[in-house]
Design a protein around this ligand. Structure first.
Ligand SMILES: NC(=O)c1ccc[n+]([C@@H]2O[C@H](COP(=O)([O-])OP(=O)(O)OC[C@H]3O[C@@H](n4cnc5c(N)ncnc54)[C@H](OP(=O)(O)O)[C@@H]3O)[C@@H](O)[C@H]2O)c1
Length: 313
């Protein structure tokens, strides 16, 4: 099968190569999914799991990409909950071959059913952004109605979903980003927007929750905005400072079939809209990763079209 692989950690994006790889093995509780659309995270070539298995052993050549939408073609020994021919979407394991391939093996519990009226290219944009936004806002920061949340990177993959979920629960949302992101963030439901290059973060005042996706100096300067008892949650890096009378949490997103099912239902009813940016074929993965020019939304790699015809390699 055709797949994008990486072998050399120092090669960066230029090491992403279209290769012939063996068809994957379905282990216990796995599903083999024929991938129609895949999502990736630009920084994943720096993640340890891209290069090593769970025991820390080299696992190259490895296939990146951890979001997928496709169709189940095979089930491993003892796998329940899914059927062959079913449309599914979800997350692949960080330390196994991923979704930038024609086929991939995934633990079935990390996949959720996908209704026929949701395009694979839209579904592939949701797993990491949707689960990360949900877990950050509600599982870790316990955001509730009437509270105020500051969401950094509000027009980005995770931030754009977080803004929509936070508004729906009845929170007041302050979004941040670059000047060009203002209209997107306000259009998604943020009541206020802050241009991080031009506006003073300290003018925001106290907030119940900070949701950070940027890290560094912006993360540090945000800690003092958290009101006593509030929470700073970040997905960028473990924080080195914490709010005076509040909590600071860094986490890595976890798979969750029930939540994915809920997010897909929101998508169907129009309550949630992931921003899909460019849609590119597998052969253009390296340039999609490199992204020299800013493109709004999540870049999706289309491996096969909605009829199942492989896109041109
Ligand atoms: N811990 C986890 O479980 C987890 C899960 C998902 C993602 N992540 C990480 O979280 C980060 C965000 O992911 P994402 O998918 O949301 O990325 P994304 O789509 O690139 O969104 C990030 C947004 O923040 C903006 N931004 C970044 N730095 C900025 C700055 N200094 N000033 C103003 N705006 C800035 C970006 O603008 P530009 O595009 O102009 O830079 C973009 O709009 C990534 O580092 C990713 O690896 C972690």
């Amino acid at each position: 099968m055709r797949a994008i692989t990486v072998r050399d950690r120092d090669a960066g994006v230029s090491g992403l190569t279209l290769t012939d790889m063996p068809y994957p093995h379905a282990a216990e509780n796995d599903a083999i999914v024929r991938v129609y659309a895949a999502g990736f995270t630009p920084g994943e070539l720096d993640w340890p799991g891209t290069w090593s298995d769970r025991a820390g052993r080299d696992r190259t050549p490895s296939i990146p990409g951890h979001e997928l939408s496709g169709v189940v073609v095979e089930l491993g020994y003892g796998t329940t909950g899914l059927t062959v021919g079913q449309r599914v979407f979800g997350l692949t394991d960080w330390t196994r071959n991923g979704s930038l391939a024609e086929y991939t093996a995934v633990e079935a519990r990390n996949l959720a059913p996908l209704a026929a009226d949701i395009d694979h290219t839209v579904a592939a944009a949701l797993p990491i952004s949707g689960l990360t936004a949900w877990q950050g806002l509600f599982d870790h920061a316990q955001l509730t109605t009437g509270q105020t949340v500051l969401i950094h990177g509000a027009a980005g993959g995770v931030g754009s979903i977080a803004v929509q979920l936070a508004r729906e629960v009845g929170a007041r949302v302050i979004g941040t980003g670059r000047a060009d992101d203002r209209d997107v963030a306000l259009g998604l439901g943020a009541q206020t927007f802050l241009d991080l290059d031009a506006d003073d973060l300290q003018h925001v005042g106290e907030v119940d929750v900070v949701f950070d996706v940027i890290g560094g100096d912006i993360l540090e300067r945000s800690t003092e905005l958290v009101r006593p008892g509030g929470t700073l949650v970040t997905i960028a890096m473990p924080p080195t400072v914490r709010p005076k009378d509040g909590r600071a949490i860094f986490f890595v997103v976890e798979p969750d079939r029930a939540r994915l099912t809920d997010l897909a239902q929101r998508l169907r009813t129009g309550r949630l809209n992931p921003i899909v940016g460019a849609v590119r074929p597998l052969s253009e993965t390296a340039s999609a990763f490199a992204r020299h020019r800013r493109t709004p939304g999540k870049t999706i790699i289309q491996v096969a079209d909605e009829q199942g015809t492989p896109t041109s390699f």
